[in-house]
Design a protein around this ligand. Sequence first.
Ligand SMILES: O=P(O)(O)OC[C@H]1O[C@H](OP(=O)(O)OP(=O)(O)O)[C@H](O)[C@@H]1O
Ligand SMILES: NC(=O)CC[C@H](N)C(=O)O
Ligand SMILES: [Mg+2]
Length: 501
Amino acid sequence: MCGIVGVVGKSDVNLQLYDALTMLQHRGQDAAGIVTCDRNRLCQQKANGLVRDVFRTRHMQRLTGNFGIGHVRYPTAGSSGPALAQPFYVNSPYGISLAHNGNLTNVQEIADEIFQQDLRHINTDSDSEALLNVFAHELHKQGKLQPSPEDIFEAMRAVHKRIRGGYACVALIVGYGIVAFRDPNGIRPLVYGKRETDAGTEYMVASESVALDVLGYEVVRDVRPGEVLYIELDGTLHAEQCAEDPKLHPCIFEHVYFARPDSIIDGISVHKARLRQGEYLAEKILRERPDHDIDVVIPIPDSSRSAGQAVAHKLGVKFREGMVKNRYIGRTFIMPGQKQRKKSVRQKLNPIPLEFRGKNVLLVDDSIVRGTTCKQIVQMAREAGAAKVYFATAAPAVKYPNVYGIDMPSASELVASGRTEKEVQDEIGADWLVYQDLQDLVAASAEGNTEVDGFDTSVFDGTYVTGDVDDDYFAALDQARSDAAKEKKAAGDGAGQSAVI
Ligand SMILES: O=P(O)(O)OC[C@H]1O[C@H](OP(=O)(O)OP(=O)(O)O)[C@H](O)[C@@H]1O
Ligand SMILES: NC(=O)CC[C@H](N)C(=O)O
Ligand SMILES: [Mg+2]
């Protein structure tokens, strides 16, 4: 789940892009990049690392120009090396740079077309570089020295037809402006806003509304599924629907885990959705154990705090922050390898024993994916003296791979895949495990916006909203991106740029 941002401003936009990327850091911790454009010259800085490490003062001074784009990366395709840090760049036509959040499911097919039909070269195994080349080729085909808004929309109509999967993108066209677009299912989020200055209106497009809030932009609206925005350098904004049958099917995992609670996505407050998840979860607990003996509800920071509060409130039991989070350790789930994830849970979370000693505790987390976090947390709770350790999650069991921008490539790595709930409970060592029901998770989000046509819930039910993901793709994904495959690559065995998943 990467984070993207684009700004067309009235003065240098480097600091705005930096601040916006900092607000989106929770979406990607592997690499960061900014591209700005100053008098038809691109300025770029990108590298592996967190935003604060990638951009030093000397880089910021060089990133001049009044329009630019930025990216924080969480890899779902290709390696996690510096060559795949975004934005990507192609010099023809015009000079285009692009940042992508999501994942394409027909990248192998596109890569072949790009080489054999479009006569273009892609240099990495990134799906985003392939996407950029499709866009560039389709824009080139319009054959204009100066592209009009209609040329850009026509090119994008073709892009939507050629690529499949999840994509929210910002692209900078040298000398002309910024193009922003969202896939025809609106799987990945994208929102835009404006702010007035003495010199005129400035526009920002970003993955989440928090980036706009903090920079003083007023949210205009979410980019619609399939829609394309083109913001010219003088601040003129054009918007056009470029997909044939757009539907709003946003990824529900944004509401469970990815997005910040203070963001509003497709009109749905993430915090509110999480509170409702907690209420539904508490109702289920009360249905299953009306005479429960829970003494205290303890959330697993950070992402389950909103849901945990609602669970405690509805159950009528105490809510205590019994796990202290080390604020200098990032999100563990989006770390690239299992060894690092496992080690980081213990570094990140530490119990306050007096909240556990002699008590029946209900630990609440937003989700159980690989089981890395909950296994260690249950153990910590026991060591801290808990009498009984119950575990509840605001999401149902995660059983299927994700193909739209979350790095869950192998069912075999998911603790709930092929196991019953009782078996997962035993595996994580809890005295009782409660999962949210899928219909309740959907209701918790859907109550926030009636315009949503449905959610992508594929990791829970194996139904993929694009309807076109086949077994071969899953097999290739598993082979290319499982933890075992990544370890093998890291050790130098099988390294290279040829696998394009
Ligand atoms: O079952 P697992 O594979 O461990 O994955 C699930 C856990 O990972 C995430 O936390 P993370 O530490 O990434 O971020 P957070 O601080 O936002 O909760 C999520 O909130 C769960 O706690
Ligand atoms: N999580 C994402 O959005 C990843 C974007 C792109 N597929 C990459 O791997 O760089
Ligand atoms: Mg967590």
